[in-house]
Design a protein around this ligand. Structure first.
Ligand code: ZN
Length: 680
């Protein structure tokens, strides 16, 4: 009888996979089991509660690190690691051999042990099998490991043979040092990638009274095919009645392959190490969360995962945390990865019990190596033209030879059909007769205020600036009113991007947009034109700016930015601008937008055609606004009203029947329609 009372509960026909349990000093463990690595008596970024919630049964701690700090005397004072770190489940400690042989180039080793200097205080240690066991006893782990000489798995035969033989002698000394301690002790099979050495090592160790046997010296340089081959070779030689532990392995696919070959226990730093880098394992493949495709992703990491992270956070938030190097990101991603590993172990165990492991193995060996399925990585750069990009925006090259800015998340392109400067001139500058309005006539010398709603890449604003400069050159300083142009924008990335590649955007060949980005304001040398930036949500800030004569209303479409196109929004604008006798110009021709403007009190007329669009929309706060222009606008009339009556979507969303009736009455009784008979 071994100290662990290891009991095989089920075996898989056709593979060597098995489900078992054993009882350690601090509780029962069900296998196959994955042991999170708590190097310095902590699994990085995890609390005991989060570890338990993800399904951890056993933790691994590193004797080498704990020997150097805090030192065995601290564990002796606390009565062991369990009370020290507040973990009441089983703990396995390694022997320290791996770290000494892989980290210390200047160690000296002989038959007795390995001499090395502490990286913390320079103190010299002679790590012998006896000191290793003594330290592990002080730590109070449930399962101790023998000190072994670790060499690369690619080592030559003689080197591997010498190291294996020393490891065997140290194994015997370790057992003697363990004595009658109730702590379990595992031997470690060595022999690098040499068949006969591995067989010799397994045969030697199985004769000794160990409580379990480990496979060491893999996952340190060999190919995965070699790893699988030697894992299978060794497990065949190991007794059925002892747990088998594959040290330091590995990725989910490595673990699946090893369980298939009869391994019971695993440890690896991959879940937390990859979590730290932003990589997570999911049921849809491996995801790299630092990729900007997740910036707006509202879904959980893995819809099929019930871990704390997946239940509470979006990919977008996790992306943000990773981009900001926030420790919480590391914690949340590691939490998910650990849950993924523990779930994989539990699924394998369940499949072994119900006889479906072979099928599960075939399915998972494909699934576990998938990359991000929903968002495959970008193809090699050399094959794709470089796209200028900033934040959520990129430069869109139009086939007609001009550039626009595209919002990546919505796919919406600013000025998708017409050259941006042409559209700005036609819709906003010419229709509003801006050049005439800049002149000091009409007995009106007040400043002319324009709202530029949706600065974007500044096409409309710069068209206004260009119009001002042209008019100034033609008419002279004395004849012009002051122009005050107020641009509203919550995201300056489109303008920053366009300025960065401004050879594609001729309207930006001017100092004004650069100055605006830099200081939020630009003023013409004449003092007659001032351009201001209001950064933030238009709906929040427009009330604190003076009511304009002209509104260039050019935000993203209702589909992308619905709040700007509601009747509530237009009603607020109307209330603020009514007395200013304002005109609003916009590219939209949608019935919903026109009816929203009408219900808010505006007088509405079709505007100039633009590109393939037969018309656009102009709205006035005063009836006489429409007739002010040389070519008077003709307001929407009975024909349009009849069309609206027939429209399937003539009411704003969310109205009940009574409200619909009121709304219909509001539109039908709009003075624009009742006055229609009188010539305007
Ligand atoms: Zn999860």
């Amino acid at each position: 009888m071994t100290r662990l009372n290891f009991t095989v509960e089920a075996k898989c026909n056709g593979t060597r996979a098995r489900a078992a349990h054993f009882t350690a000093l601090h509780g029962k463990v069900k296998t196959p089991v994955f042991m999170p690595v708590g190097t310095r008596a902590t699994v990085k970024g995890q609390t005991i509660e989060s570890l338990k919630a993800t399904g951890a049964q056993v933790l691994l701690a590193n004797t080498y690190h704990l020997l150097l700090r805090p030192g065995p005397e601290v564990f002796r004072k606390f009565g062991g690691i369990h009370r020290f770190m507040n973990w009441d489940g089983p703990v396995l400690t390694d022997s320290g051999g791996f770290q000494i042989f892989s980290l210390h180039r200047d160690r000296e080793m002989n038959e007795e042990g390995a001499r090395f200097q502490s990286y913390i205080d320079g103190k010299t240690f002679m790590l012998t099998p006896e000191l290793s066991i003594d330290t592990q006893k002080a730590i109070g782990s449930d399962i101790m490991m023998v000190l072994d000489q670790c060499i690369p798995s690619t080592a030559g035969y003689e080197e591997a043979k010498t190291a294996m033989e020393l490891t065997h002698r140290w194994a015997v000394r370790s057992l003697a040092a363990r004595g009658d301690s109730p702590q379990s002790l595992f031997g470690i099979v060595q022999g690098a990638c040499h068949h006969d050495l591995r067989l010799q090592s397994a045969a030697f160790l199985r004769q000794l009274p160990f409580d379990g046997l480990a496979i060491g010296g893999l996952a340190v340089g060999e190919t995965s095919a070699e790893r699988y081959e030697f894992t299978g070779l060794v497990t065949e030689q190991l007794p059925d009645n002892l747990p088998r532990y594959l040290m330091g392995v590995g990725t989910p696919i490595d673990i699946l392959e090893a369980v298939h070959r009869g391994v019971d226990m695993f440890d690896c730093i991959i879940p937390s190490q990859l979590g730290h880098r932003g990589t997570v394992f999911t049921s849809h493949g491996k995801i790299q969360l630092r990729r900007s495709v997740y910036k707006f992703a509202d879904e959980p990491l893995d819809s099929q995962c019930d871990c704390y992270t997946c239940k509470n956070y979006s990919r977008a938030y996790l992306y943000h945390l990773m981009k900001s190097d926030e420790p919480l990101g590391w914690h949340l991603l590691t939490t998910h990865n650990l849950a993924f590993y523990h779930r994989l172990m539990a699924e394998m165990r369940a499949a072994i019990f119900d006889g479906s492991f072979s099928a599960y193995y075939e399915k998972m060996r494909v699934e576990l190596v998938r990359d991000d399925e929903a968002n495959p990585g970008t193809p090699p750069r050399r094959n794709v033209p470089k796209v200028a990009r900033l934040g959520d925006y990129e430069v869109h090259q139009h086939s007609a030879g001009f550039s626009s800015i595209k919002q990546v998340s919505s796919g919406e392109i600013m000025h998708s059909v017409n050259r941006p400067s042409d559209e700005a001139n036609r819709l906003y500058i010419e229709q509003s007769h801006l050049a005439d309005r800049l002149l000091k006539i009409e007995g009106d010398a007040d400043e002319l205020v324009i709202w530029d709603v949706g600065l974007g890449a500044a096409s409309n604003a710069m068209a206004a600036v260009a119009c001002f400069e042209k008019t100034l050159a033609e008419q002279g300083n004395d004849n012009l009113r002051r122009l005050r142009l107020i641009s509203f924008e919550c995201d300056l990335d489109p303008l920053k991007l366009a300025c960065r590649v401004n050879k594609n955007f001729p309207h930006l060949h001017h100092g004004a947009p650069f100055k605006l980005l830099e200081t939020g304001k630009w003023e013409h040398d004449s003092g007659l034109c001032i351009w201001e930036l209001v950064k933030g949500d238009f709906l929040e800030y427009f009330m604190s700016t003076p009511a304009p004569k002209l509104i260039f209303f050019d935000p993203f479409s209702a589909k992308t930015d619905s709040a700007l196109w509601t009747r509530e929004t237009f009603a607020r604008i109307f209330a603020h601008c009514r007395s200013a006798d304002s005109e609003l110009y916009t590219y939209s021709t949608s019935t919903a937008v026109r009816v929203a403007l009408l219900s808010a009190g505006f007088y509405v007329a079709p505007g100039a055609a633009s590109g393939p669009k037969e018309s656009t929309t102009v709205a006035f706060t005063q009836l006489h606004g429409a007739s002010r222009h040389p070519a008077a606008f003709s307001l929407l009339g009975s024909e349009w009203l009849a069309r609206w009556h027939r429209s399937g979507s003539k009411f704003p969303d969310g109205l009940n029947d009574a409200e619909k009736q009121n709304f219909a009455a509001l539109i039908e009784n709009h003075p624009q329609f009742s006055l229609k008979s009188a010539a305007i």
